[in-house]
Design a protein around this ligand. Structure first.
Ligand code: FE2
Length: 323
C-alpha cells in the first residue's frame, strides 16, 4: 500500500487537537423536567409541521443540487496504528458516514453520489452514525434502495440512530435497517470476526434524544474498543469508560461556518462546538481518539459554507517496528 495516499496519521497522545475534559453537566432530554420536555416537544412539532408545508415538492433539495451546493462529498482519510495489531494482519479499512438526512432538503443525487463513493472505497466495515432521514421516517426506504444498489451484502454494516430518527420513528427506522442487513448497535456491543476478533464495537443511543446505556454497550470488550455514537455530546456518557476510538457526526461542522471552520451556530448539545469536526485526542492522558464527521446531508438549509459534506475513511494497522 502506498502510504503517501493517506492524508492524516493519528498518533494517540500527540495529535492535532488535544482537548482536556472541561465538560459541562447539561441534562439530556430524558433528564429534563416535564415542562421543559413538553415545551421542546411542542416547538419541534410546530417546526416540523411548518417545514413539511414549506418544503413541499422538495424544492430546497432541487435548488441545492441545481445551484451546485450539493453533489460533492469530501473523503477524509486517516490511518491509525495499534500495538495490538499483528504485523501479519492486513489493515482493517473502516468507513464512517453519518447524517444522510434523506428528505426534502438533501437531493437523492447527492446521497447517491455519497454512497457510490463509499462503495468505491471498498471498506471492510461500514459504520453509520445516524440521522438517516429528515422530516419523515419512511424516507429511510429511499435511502436503503440506494445503499442496496451500490453496496454489496458482504460488507459488514453497523448503525446507531440520530436525534432526527429518534424523534420521528426509531422502531420503524431500526427495523427497516435491520431488514436490509444493517446491524443495529444501539446500546449493544459485538466483537469482529477472526482474525480481527481483538476489536470490539460499542454503540450508544443518542445523548440528546435517546437513552444511552454504557453498561449494556460495554458488556463485553476486546483489546481495541471502537465506539459508534451519533453526537459528540455522547462523550459525556464515556467519561469513565476505556475506549480507543470513537466515531460520531451530528454537528454538520456547523453547516455554515467561518473560513477557519468554526461554526456560526453549533449543532445542538453541549459538546458540539468544542468538537465541531475533525480528530481530537481526549481523556486524561489523551489516550482516546474521537473522530467527528461533518456528515453527508443537509438540515433545514440545503447548502453548506466552509463545511463540506464528508465521509471518513480510516485504516487500522500494526505499529511500525523500527530496527
Ligand atoms: Fe443529529
Amino acid at each position: 500500500m502506498n502510504l503517501s495516499e493517506w492524508e492524516n496519521s493519528i498518533f494517540p497522545g500527540e495529535s492535532m487537537h488535544n482537548s482536556k475534559s472541561r465538560l459541562k453537566t447539561l441534562m439530556p432530554e430524558s433528564a429534563q423536567t416535564g415542562f421543559q420536555r413538553f415545551k421542546k416537544l411542542v416547538l419541534r412539532f410546530l417546526r416540523e409541521k411548518l417545514e413539511k408545508v414549506l418544503f413541499t415538492g422538495a424544492w430546497p433539495a432541487k435548488l441545492g443540487i441545481s445551484a451546485g451546493f450539493q453533489g460533492q462529498v469530501h473523503v477524509t482519510k486517516y490511518r491509525m496504528r495499534f500495538p495490538e495489531f499483528s504485523l501479519s494482519l492486513a489493515p482493517l479499512h473502516i468507513v464512517f458516514a453519518s447524517d444522510f438526512h434523506m428528505g426534502p432538503t438533501t437531493h437523492a443525487q447527492h446521497i447517491e453520489k455519497s454512497i457510490e463513493k463509499i462503495a468505491k472505497l471498498e471498506p471492510d466495515l461500514l459504520l453509520l452514525g445516524g440521522d438517516f432521514v429528515y422530516l419523515k421516517a419512511k424516507f429511510v426506504n429511499d435511502w436503503l434502495r440506494l445503499m442496496q444498489k451500490y453496496l454489496p451484502e458482504s460488507i459488514e454494516k453497523y448503525a446507531v440512530l440520530g436525534n432526527h430518527d429518534n424523534h420521528l420513528d426509531p422502531v420503524y427506522i431500526a427495523a427497516a435497517l435491520e431488514a436490509a442487513g444493517i446491524k443495529m448497535l444501539t446500546n449493544r456491543c459485538t466483537t469482529l470476526e477472526a482474525p480481527y476478533n481483538f476489536i470490539s464495537l460499542h454503540g450508544l443511543d443518542d445523548w440528546q434524544s435517546g437513552n444511552p446505556d454504557v453498561n449494556a454497550a460495554f458488556k463485553k470488550t476486546a483489546e481495541i474498543r471502537i465506539v459508534l455514537m451519533h453526537s459528540p455530546s455522547n462523550y459525556l456518557d464515556l467519561q469513565n469508560v476505556d475506549f480507543d476510538l470513537a466515531f460520531c457526526g451530528h454537528t454538520h461542522g456547523g453547516q455554515i461556518a467561518r473560513k477557519d471552520g468554526s461554526p456560526i451556530r453549533a449543532g445542538s448539545g453541549p459538546l458540539s462546538r468544542q468538537y465541531n469536526f475533525g480528530v481530537f485526542q481526549i481523556g486524561e492522558k489523551m489516550e482516546k481518539t474521537l473522530i467527528v464527521s461533518r456528515g453527508v446531508g443537509f438540515g433545514s438549509v440545503p447548502f453548506r459554507i466552509n463545511s463540506a459534506p464528508e465521509i471518513v475513511s480510516i485504516r487500522l494497522m500494526p505499529e511500525l517496528k523500527l530496527r
